[in-house]
Ligand binder design. Structure first.
Ligand code: COD
Ligand code: ATP
Length: 210
């Protein structure tokens, strides 16, 4: 069994690397997705967020208005701490459950895709820590062009995360997310070969694609 932590600053290419790992046969636990689930309609997490931030962070259907909450928390470290205190323990619990299911299902390589892995003190929790790295200016361009954030909002999210050298210092492996996607795929493929050369990856692992 190999437990891998995968992280990187926003828009570094972390989810792109995770998607490639899935193609190769890894089981991936996506902590961004779990964070959405624990704030889903009718959850205790969502009730706790409304208690902390007021009904202004709900949309007309009573679901979380993500843009409204983002506008509050990325401009205010104390507010962000309050949100993190609601979301992070719930995500950690869900991730533990999900990992147990995957291991029981016969997966040998479980990758946790965690945006705030270093920030939340989880760097020592994995057998291997992989960091996807790309310059902040390039990541801002991706956020503005690809996700419609303003430049100011993009920099605010970057400022809410660990510095790039802090993440690199914690890494066992650094992948370069600043070149072409095919190049990032090639780096992931090589990593995967190293992990699975002598051991099976999981019950349904397909053959790596050329
Ligand atoms: C504030 C929210 C509602 C904004 O939602 P939105 O759809 O705009 O963004 P999304 O969830 O897709 O996150 C995109 C990226 O923003 C960054 N980000 C998200 N939350 C945080 C945070 N608390 N601190 C720093 N960066 C963050 C991450 O790089 C993440 O990959 C949402 O991000 C949220 O609930 N955040 C708190 C949970 C969290 O910390 N998630 C990330 C790790 S589990
Ligand atoms: N090597 C690359 N070259 C060009 N574009 C890339 C590369 N890697 C990722 N991208 C693009 O950059 C954007 C962000 O990539 P991705 O979603 O993988 O980042 P992320 O680190 O998971 O971001 P987040 O922290 O928001 O989850 C996407 O639109 C993706 O297609």
């Amino acid at each position: 069994m190999l437990r891998v932590g995968l992280t990187g600053g926003i828009a570094s290419g972390k989810s792109t690397a995770a998607a490639r790992l899935v193609e190769l046969g890894a089981a991936v636990v996506d902590h961004d997705l779990l964070a959405r689930e624990v704030l889903g309609p009718g959850t205790r997490g969502l009730r706790a967020v409304v208690h902390a931030f007021g009904p202004e962070v709900l949309d007309a259907d009573g679901a979380l208005d993500r843009a409204a909450l983002a506008a509050v928390v990325f401009g205010d470290p104390a507010a962000r701490e309050r949100l993190n205190a609601v979301v992070h323990p719930r995500v950690r619990w869900s991730a533990g459950e999900r990992e147990a299911e995957l291991l029981a299902g016969g997966h040998h390589v479980v990758v946790h895709d965690i945006p705030l892995l270093v920030e939340t003190g989880q760097a020592g929790h994995f057998d291997v820590l992989v960091v996807v790295d790309a310059p902040a200016e390039l990541r801002v361009d991706r956020l503005v062009d690809g996700r419609g954030l303003t430049e100011e909002d993009a920099w605010a999210r970057i400022a809410a995360q660990a510095a790039d050298d802090e993440r690199r210092a914690a890494a066992d492996v650094v992948l370069d997310g600043s070149r072409r996607i095919s190049d990032l795929h090639a780096q992931v493929d090589e990593l995967w070969r190293g992990w699975t050369q002598h051991a099976p990856a999981g019950p349904t692992a397909p053959h790596p694609q050329a």
